[in-house]
Design a protein around this ligand. Structure first.
Ligand code: ZN
Length: 165
């Protein structure tokens, strides 16, 4: 059977489903009240994350328009009522141009990389050193963070067993 644009999209989608990706990421195709189409495709943890997409902004006539861009790790395509197929084609062409094997997802994160992301999230959630009390750690002159008797650095070290560099 010849591949049409929908089956190509299905293949790209299926290639990224790994038991986790599809829980938070996916593809949304909706209509707009303009009227028109909206195609939103998550690129998080796909082989397209971080790839450059040259924005398309085509408004020839009032009833013939097309906008495609990539921002926030998301492909966003919008167009008039006749443009759904064109938007999907633009996405598939781009996806195929970006990787040698466009259906091979990136390798899963190593344990170390996963740990680093967890630590980064934890660090970012700790908040500012608001004090006014000083950190309880010996010889530390920094103020404590909220919900701890220690500064950000020492609280992080206590929980994760690692120094934050
Ligand atoms: Zn401290």
């Amino acid at each position: 059977m010849k591949n049409n644009i929908i089956s190509e999209l299905q293949r790209w989608y299926a290639s990224n489903c790994d038991g986790e990706w599809e829980e938070e990421c996916g593809i949304k195709i909706e209509t707009l009240d303009n009227p028109g189409w909206s195609v939103i495709i998550d690129l998080n943890e796909t082989n397209l994350e971080g790839r450059i997409f040259d924005e398309i902004n085509n408004h020839e006539y009032e009833d013939s328009w097309l906008d495609c861009r990539v921002e926030d790790k998301t492909f966003k395509g919008f167009g008039d009522p006749s443009k759904l197929e064109a938007i999907l084609q633009i996405f598939i062409d781009w996806a195929k141009s970006q990787n040698e094997d466009w259906l091979r997802p990136p390798p899963p994160l190593s344990e170390e990389e996963q740990k680093k992301i967890e630590n980064d999230n934890f660090w970012n959630a700790l908040g500012d050193e608001i004090g006014p009390e000083l950190c309880k750690h010996e010889n530390c002159n920094r103020k404590r963070i909220q919900h701890s008797v220690m500064c950000k650095q020492h609280h992080f070290e206590m929980i994760t067993g690692q120094k934050r560099i």
